[in-house]
Ligand binder design. Structure first.
Ligand code: AKG
Ligand code: MN
Length: 209
């Protein structure tokens, strides 16, 4: 499939931007950043070509398997420490580089790496956290792409209990951008779902300083 837009598909010109008006944050959502056809194609490519692993992490002194599969790709030597794990970047694949170029068209951020998550069923999840590791710099721009099953993405303010939790359903082909002070003031999670649901792949592009 031509994902660079030479046939009229694949350009970002018609992508609709929704600015989420959250205090102390800069968050915007591009629904259908990739068309459904492109997103389905990319889901299958990523599911079969990425070297997925289930890592063990230490939680409250005990080693447990992360409730999802993960992978980390990027520029050479742009390693990342996350959940107590040191991630060594695997070399960019063709699809990941193409996706990176499409995102950089609108983000003006030179992404160095991507963290990938594969949620196999509704049992797979990611707990509350902020993407605030020091190697991401002061106010990181995180570009989060979703393929496959829609999953709920929750956000909560770290300090203001008067603000309700936000739910953003992340659909197939959507792009969520978090930048500015978002990671200082807000946490996010992908909760488990009791429904019998299909898999989802999420890519978060990051810039390691
Ligand atoms: O799967 C998602 O939408 C969130 C992923 C995430 O927060 C992360 O990789 O840090
Ligand atoms: Mn995150």
């Amino acid at each position: 499939m031509d994902l660079f837009g030479n046939n009229g598909i694949g350009t970002n010109a018609k992508v609709k931007l929704k600015n989420l008006d959250l205090p102390d944050a800069q968050v915007c959502l591009y629904e259908n950043f990739f068309s459904i056809k492109e997103a389905n194609f990319l889901f299958n490519q990523l599911a079969s070509t990425i070297e997925w692993e289930q890592k063990q992490i230490k939680l409250f002194g005990k080693m447990i398997a992360q409730p999802r599969l993960t992978a980390y790709y990027g520029d050479a030597k742009k390693n990342y420490t996350y959940s107590g794990l040191i991630w060594e970047a695997k070399a960019w694949t063709e699809e990941l580089l193409m996706i990176k170029l499409r995102i950089e068209e609108i983000c003006q951020a030179p992404f160095t790496s991507v963290l990938l998550n594969y949620y196999r069923t509704g049992e797979d999840s990611m707990g509350w956290h902020a993407d605030d590791e020091k190697e991401l710099g002061q106010n990181p721009c995180i570009a989060s792409l979703s393929f496959g099953q829609t999953r709920n993405f929750h956000m909560r303010h770290k300090f203001r209990s008067d603000l309700a939790k936000i739910n953003i359903p992340l659909t197939n082909g959507s792009l969520l951008l978090m930048s500015g002070q978002t990671q200082h003031y807000w946490q996010h999670q992908v909760p488990k779902s009791k429904k019998n649901i299909e898999p989802r792949i999420n890519l978060t592009f990051r810039t390691i300083k």
